[in-house]
Design a protein around this ligand. Structure first.
Ligand SMILES: Cc1ncc(COP(=O)(O)O)c(C=O)c1O
Length: 473
């Protein structure tokens, strides 16, 4: 098994590819989710520490019979929970090839062509976003790590004082910003939460007021985090206005575009992102709205030299000997990781293999699904929207006739029970959000397989599952 023969490799490949064909072929007929317990899964796994090997068919059998049925089916067209991409078959092959080569993208000499491919692919992403030609960055594990790297770069560039540092971000900002502040020693409490308006976008008057008050109180403001698609509702902050405020106070502007930034590819959403290209850094997640499988996040810096100042580190075991110029390039100078896998291959294969036109169309179609759902809710008398649809996230509540005159608490409690029942039913999957202190059902269309019909099925599923709930409201 450690070094299989050519025939064995071919047999394994045939079985794995046949499995993939069957799995993707049945996807629409599978439930998105089923009720399961940790115990039940553990009971099915042979827990004995293996001393002798097992043949490939037996390993694949465990994958087919235990891993697959006891997983959430993220590729399903009605998987609307969280910010979950479906994955693309092309990337499964890219991952196979990347693991075959097992390139380690630390520095140019370790993986010359893979490093060039990553730099090329990052440059394509830079062009998609409209950043200047000097901008650059790297792939990381996900949006959280991209936010972490950007905040580290921001601190290095802007906060060389010993005072108490401050970051500004709306109350709708993803928790990875607060985690980054905690890990970097800035402190969660120094991420100053800024109020949002009725569209869940940052209120720039409150932003300016908070920065001014902090300056008066002796804090050291250094960074504003703007959202290009919040995790709860998909709100895009007024990016051009935030750039202007950042310039006024000489702060770093970071954009968290992990969920939404690739929607710039859709004509109907493009203008929301005006000003994004002038951010000092941006966090992106190709494993969200470029549909790729985890893990691949991305951070782009407008001036990569500023990031280099935060991350570069000399050591004898990494000293580059015998190379000059472009051949001395090291990714470790721009981010926290040393060993890095060949994430670029799947991004490159996707962009080159599918092309921007088809990706733009798929994103446009996701936006259309969310807007269609909103219009159906607005036309119904038993559902209400909890937030406006900006991108592909839709937040809403079911308010059937028997709940019409009940309290907000009763409606929230009913929707919470409905969420769990819907997830266990398995035909459609939603997650949840708290908006203005109230519970909301939350969906996010992030799958090129999702069609308008799926949005109708979701409403039908909700009504059907709601009718089956005990009437204890
Ligand atoms: C807006 C936003 N930022 C950051 C993240 C974190 O991304 P990741 O899960 O790739 O670390 C998410 C995840 O959903 C997100 O929606």
């Amino acid at each position: 098994m450690l070094e299989p023969s050519a025939d064995e490799i071919r047999d394994w490949g045939d079985s794995a590819v046949q499995f993939m064909v069957d799995y993707l072929g049945d996807l629409h007929d599978r439930g998105v989710y089923r009720h399961m317990s940790s115990r039940r899964i553990r009971d099915r796994l042979d827990a004995a520490l293996p001393t002798k090997g097992t043949d490939f068919d037996s390993l694949l059998k465990v994958f087919r019979e235990t891993i697959i049925p006891f997983s959430r089916q993220n590729a399903h067209p009605r998987m609307f929970g969280y910010v979950q991409s479906p994955g693309v078959p092309l990337a499964a092959f890219a991952d196979l090839l990347a693991s075959t080569l097992n390139a380690n993208l630390t520095v140019w000499r370790s993986a010359p062509a893979p490093v060039e491919l990553e730099r090329l692919t990052i440059d394509w992403i830079r062009q998609i976003l409209g950043f200047n030609a000097k901008a650059g960055g790297l792939f990381v594990s996900g949006g959280s790590m991209a936010n972490f790297a950007a905040i580290a770069a921001a601190r290095q560039a802007k906060a060389n004082s010993s005072g108490r540092l401050r970051i500004y971000a709306s109350s709708e900002t993803h928790f990875s910003i607060a985690k980054a502040a905690a890990m970097l020693g800035i402190g969660r409490e120094n991420v100053h939460q800024v109020a949002v308006d009725e569209h869940f976008k940052i209120r720039t008057d409150d932003l300016v007021a908070k920065i001014t008050a902090d300056l008066d109180a002796g804090y050291v403001p250094f960074c504003i985090v703007a959202n290009a698609g919040t995790v709860n509702t998909g709100a895009v902050d007024p990016l051009a206005d935030i750039r202007e405020i950042a310039d006024r106070f000489q702060l770093w502007m970071h954009v968290d575009g992990s969920y939404g930034a690739f929607a710039i590819l859709a004509e109907s959403a493009r203008k929301l992102f005006t000003g994004m290209e002038r951010a000092d850094s941006i966090a992106l997640d190709p494993h969200k709205w470029l549909y790729l499988p985890v893990d691949v996040g991305c951070v782009i810096y407008r001036d990569p030299e500023k990031a280099r100042a935060a991350f570069t580190h000399e050591a004898e075991y990494t000293r580059i000997i015998g190379e000059q110029g472009d051949e001395t390039f090291a990714f470790w100078d721009y981010g926290p990781e040393l060993s890095r896998r060949f994430r670029a291959l799947k991004v490159w294969m996707l962009l080159k293999g599918v092309g921007l036109d088809a990706l733009s169309q798929a994103i446009e179609s996701n936006l259309a699904c969310a807007r269609y759902f909103e219009s159906m809710v607005q036309r119904s008398d038993d559902f209400e929207m909890a937030a406006p649809v900006e991108l592909s996230i839709f937040c809403f509540r079911h308010v059937p006739v028997q709940l019409k005159n009940k309290s907000a608490e009763a409606i929230d409690a009913f929707n919470e029970r409905l969420l769990v029942a819907l997830q266990r039913d398995g035909s459609s999957y939603l997650s949840n959000a708290t908006l203005g202190g109230r519970f909301a059902l939350r969906g996010c269309v992030l799958n090129y397989r999702t069609a308008l019909r799926d949005m109708e099925i979701l409403l039908d599923d909700l009504r059907r599952v709601a009718r089956s709930l005990p009437r204890s409201v």
